[in-house]
Structure formats: C-alpha cells, structure tokens
Design a protein around this ligand. Sequence first.
Ligand code: IPE
Ligand code: IPE
Ligand code: MG
Length: 256
Amino acid sequence: MNPQLDPERLPRHIAIIMDGNGRWARERNRNRIFGHREGSDSVRNIVSCCRTLGIPYLTLYAFSKENWQRPDREVKALWRLLKSFLKSQLPEIIEKEIRLCHLGDPEGIPEDVLAQLQAAVAETARYDKLTLSLAINYGGRQEITRAARLFAADVQQGKCDLHALTPDRLSEYLFTTEFPDPDLMIRTGGEYRVSNFLLWQLAYAELYITKVLWPDFREPQLIEALCEYQHRERRFGKTSEQVRRTRSRTGEAKRL
Ligand code: IPE
Ligand code: IPE
Ligand code: MG
C-alpha cells in the first residue's frame, strides 16, 4: 500500500469518465484513434492498480449513447478497439479473478463486440476480487427511463404496488442494482460536466476533475486522486461537527 494512503479510507467504488484521448493525440499530431489506443493502456494500468489496492468496484465510461454522433470512422475504430481489448485482456482478467459487468444498452452494440462482451461477462461471473463495470452504449437518462419502464411493467402485472415506490426500490431496476454507489467520480481531460454518466448513482459521490488527459492517467495520478479523496469530509447533509463526532466515536470503538 502506498504510504500516503490510509487503507481504512479507500473508496469502495470508483467511477471514471475517461476523457481526453482525442486531445492527447492532437498534441502529438496523430489521429484520434491513436489516442484511444493509448487510452486502453491506461485502462489496463488503472484496473490493475485498483485490483492491487483492493478497491472492490470500478466503473469505466467507455462509450456513451451520445458518442454515436462521432464520425463513422471513429465509432468503428472504437468498437474494434473494444473488441480487441476484451479479447486480449480476458486471460489477465480471469487470472486476477476480476468480475466483468456491462452497464448499458446491449441493443445497438455491433454483434461481434456484444458477443465478446457477453462471453467475458459470463466467464468472469464467479469472481469477486474486483467488479469491473464497463459503461458501453450507456446513458444515465436512458438507464433511469428503463428502470421506470420496468417498474411500471411490474405494477401492471400486479407484482408491486405503485405506492411502494421509493428511491431504494427504483434503484433495484438500474443496471447497478447490486453495487454500492460510487464514492469517488474521476473525470480526466478537465471538463466540468457529467456527460450523462451514472446520473442517479453519483448523488453523493466526491467529484475529482483533473486536466490530465486519459492516456496520461496512470498509477501516480490515481494515487493523487485517492489522496485528495481521503482529505474530503463527506457530510451527507449533516454538519461538520456531527461528522467529526461520529468519526471520533467510531475511532474510539475500534481502539477499545
Ligand atoms: C474519451 O476521449 C474517449 C471516448 C469518449 C470514447 P475523447 O475522444 O472524448 O477525447 P477528447 O475529449 O476529444 O480529447
Ligand atoms: C464522455 O466523454 C463519454 C466517455 C468518456 C465515454 P465525451 O468526450 O463524449 O463527453 P462530452 O461530449 O465532451 O461531454
Ligand atoms: Mg471528450
């Protein structure tokens, strides 16, 4: 464990908007696809770091619903890259006992990529050392709409009562049903927006935005983000005094 980090205060779930591949490539006078390729090395590095640190959940935004609007050539290259990433990384994912999940709409994903993705999800379903979720063909609003539709169908079929709907109940219909909400959301590339990512789940996440472009985001940058996270006070609506009081009480309980 990095000496700067407190192992007791690591986030349980990190969500990342991996942005800045295009700019990284442009800075080097290369095409955008070159940036995406380099970005997949950052994915490898960050997954491996989270596994080593013992972070139980990592969610990566790989392709948004809005990304379909990009030039056809780039969209095709992204799917090709994703497929080859899944293929080449699967043995290591299995070896590290990482469970792979998909968040997003399967419909629309090219058939060969979807087959590769679903096979990887099935093959790793029994692992639990790290749950790695890839948000692919994902949109937060679409996810919430889908949840509302599924709930309405259950009401129609008499499986549940309309008045029993609570936030907790609705969240059972999201892709992330069994996952804790992200504690930390990292966005690389310096943009101050959420771009339709985990709109529901990010309700109380700590936001960390860095100008570092995704292909340059590796272990040292992750450690920096985690250090900053550990200095944040998460109040969840309470006062600072209340939070500190509870912390010192639980701290004492641990020592007793
Ligand atoms: C993020 O990098 C990767 C995807 C959206 C798939 P970008 O491609 O958005 O890079 P910039 O923002 O143009 O630099
Ligand atoms: C968000 O990045 C989507 C992914 C990282 C997959 P974008 O680059 O698409 O976001 P905007 O369009 O700048 O908001
Ligand atoms: Mg971008």
